[in-house]
Design a protein. Sequence first.
Length: 173
Amino acid sequence: MRQYETYSSRGKPFLVEDHGDHVEIYENTEEKLLLLKTRYTKLFVGKQGNSVLIQVSGSKYIHVGAIAYSFSLVKGDAIKSFESKMGKHNITAPIAFGKTHTYLLLDQVAIPNELLNFKEDIYQQWYFGDYMEGCAKRMTPWCRSQLKNTNSTTRKRLIQEKRKTLKAKNLQT
């Protein structure tokens, strides 16, 4: 059996025990409260066990990191790889790379791969507007119209609104 303690800026919130054919997810407290026991198809483990991605079946996944939640992939997608780097203050940056989308698991969003530059930091693109600029250049008239003649404060607000829209459309929780 292997054990992974996930990380957050407030400590190690979850303990994931891998028993080979199933995982047990615990609240990482003195009482070690069992939250979920489930079989899995594939298990992805981040750097030093800081975050775990569990493929339960087909397109159904559970992410266990700073928080734990389940989600489904965008229709027709499949995860190819997973990474979870540690940033400042024990903040993890878990990313699942799919065939058609990239999943930023900290923010619970899915971004079409054609909008990303994989030679650059994915989270930097998301947080600092490169995604929205890419959206405006390559995607919908909505993006182009929203970005035209906007100042940086308005642009940040638009990016936040777009994130909410993507969360609702692309990553079902």
